[in-house]
Design a protein around this ligand. Sequence first.
Ligand code: SF4
Ligand code: FES
Length: 370
Amino acid sequence: MTVARPPIAMLAELTHRCPLSCPYCSNPVDMALKDSELSTDAWKDVFVQAADIGVLQLHLSGGEPATRRDLEELVAAAREAGLYTNLITSGIGLTERRLEALDRAGLDHIQLSLQGTTPEMADEIGGYRGGYDRKMQVAAWIGKIGFPLTLNAVLHRRNLHQLPRALEMAVEMGARRIEVATVQFHGWALQNRDALMPTREQAEEATRIVTEARTRLKGTLVIDYVPADYHSDYPKRCMGGWGSTGLNVAPDGQVLPCHAAQSIPHLRFDTVGDRPLAEIWQHSDAFNAYRGTDWMPEPCASCERKTVDFGGCRCQAMALAGDPSATDPVCVKSPHHVDLQARAAAHAAAEAPLVYRGQPGRTVVEPVGE
Ligand code: SF4
Ligand code: FES
């Protein structure tokens, strides 16, 4: 068994409740209900335990974390535990007074999502009229208070042409960093592949724009880039490797190796009420299932990249190959790769309406090769 080093980061999904209903949402199709959410005290205890096992960075996420009325109290508790706190938010639900209170509580950083660079696009994708204007107001307050800011632009076929403007907006807002994240198809997003899959040409153009901007904006803006992986030849190193650097705590206290791990049916997850976090990190079956490289079948087992990408994403292997221990079908060495690329082209050529989070939608996803 691989001995786990301490985790660096923890994602605390405070709630699945959210005023937006983005079709690209990667939260599970079956969301945790409000009644099942951890209490304020339970979260505070989790933060202390996280700091004790070595976590340095706490990402407060959702859903929309601002829907938790105790957010300020949770931030203060996390800071008291010695954690660096990052709030991942759409901005909806934040007022100037609330941001000032978060500043007093010690919040270190804000990551603001961007659904589009125009009101028309942003409000259509978020499914929330007036959301863009509200977000711009929140961005102004963030700048006024002086929070370090990262902009998170989720891009797909409908809005990839707005990438140059998203980069300009990040500079105008005084963001230090932008995450240019081409949509990843997990959770709810899987049923929107016909509506959102970028074309290969769009994916290549995005890479060209990011490469040029990284040179032009060096010293002004750091650009993190998540490319369109269905059009790639090698998979992403998901979660930095399963159970290696980070953990997620779901709203109901289940401790997950990644935010989509519940899509792997044979895994059972401990909750923070069952066992101490340290024990879960070191010894739980779910964390040890794909930790390190011993679990790998061929072609990963003998591949020179096996400690570069750790076989890609387990949840994507589950969704696309029907087997969470398979090589991620994004990889050229996967027997499913050619089929996946054909699928990607077909999704990119398809026309489909957006299925918004919260709408009854299609939930059946066919594995590649079937
Ligand atoms: Fe990565 Fe496995 Fe592909 Fe090698 S075969 S590049 S380890 S996914
Ligand atoms: Fe679960 Fe990639 S999202 S391993």
